[in-house]
Design a binder for this molecule. Structure first.
Ligand code: C5P
Ligand code: MG
Length: 183
């Protein structure tokens, strides 16, 4: 993470390596989806070991941004605590920043897109400069996912791994993620 890729100008800059402003190679992206607790992160780690993608979890990036104490931090927490989906401009900005910082060109984007706002925002902001190859969808029933999340809650320290927020996240998943576009 964070290796100063030689994507930019090439002039020797003595200061900290500047983050590349654009991609040297057009990135390929696989979206990894599934309900809360489906095991997206777990499976991504295995795929990374075998196939050398860079794994970016939208949820992890949002939690890191929240922790950083940035202006968006409180807003992000208010969404996460209620299991709601953060406005896409924030999430895509974090994803793009992490993609650029990695210097890589093959990404597993885990937990994104989560709703139509996410999808349209990606198309608008990233569609012109990246290719989505396909979507991996882990289809796991509610009771198994609930059990996994409650198990994880013992050690995760996550403000959304409690039964009230888990139920809200399941509802958001049913209403927003799985909902078909009806047009
Ligand atoms: O994927 P994960 O379970 O880590 O996501 C945790 C929370 O982060 C979600 O319930 C949601 O509040 C937020 N999130 C989001 N937009 C995304 C991914 C996650 O708002 N695309
Ligand atoms: Mg995850």
């Amino acid at each position: 993470e964070g290796e100063g890729a030689a994507a930019g100008g090439g002039a020797a800059e003595a200061a900290a390596p500047a983050e590349a402003a654009e991609f040297a190679v057009r990135p390929k992206v696989i979206f990894v989806l599934g309900g809360p607790g489906a095991g997206k992160g777990t499976q991504c780690e295995k795929i990374v070991k075998e196939y050398g993608f860079v794994h970016l979890s939208a949820g992890d990036l949002l939690r890191a941004e929240r922790k950083s104490g940035s202006a968006d931090g409180e807003l992000i927490e208010s969404y996460i605590k209620e299991g709601n989906i953060v406005p896409v401009e924030i999430t895509v900005r974090l994803l793009e920043k992490a993609m650029l910082a990695s210097g890589a060109s093959k990404f597993l984007v885990d937990g994104f897109p989560r709703n139509e706002d996410n999808l349209l925002g990606w198309e608008r902001l990233m569609g012109g400069k990246s290719d989505v190859e396909f979507v991996l969808f882990y289809d796991v029933d509610d009771s198994t996912r609930e059990e996994r999340l409650l198990g994880r809650s013992l050690t995760s320290g996550r403000s959304d791994d409690n039964i009230e927020t888990i139920r809200k996240r399941f509802k958001v998943f049913r209403d927003e993620v799985r909902q078909r576009r009806q047009r």
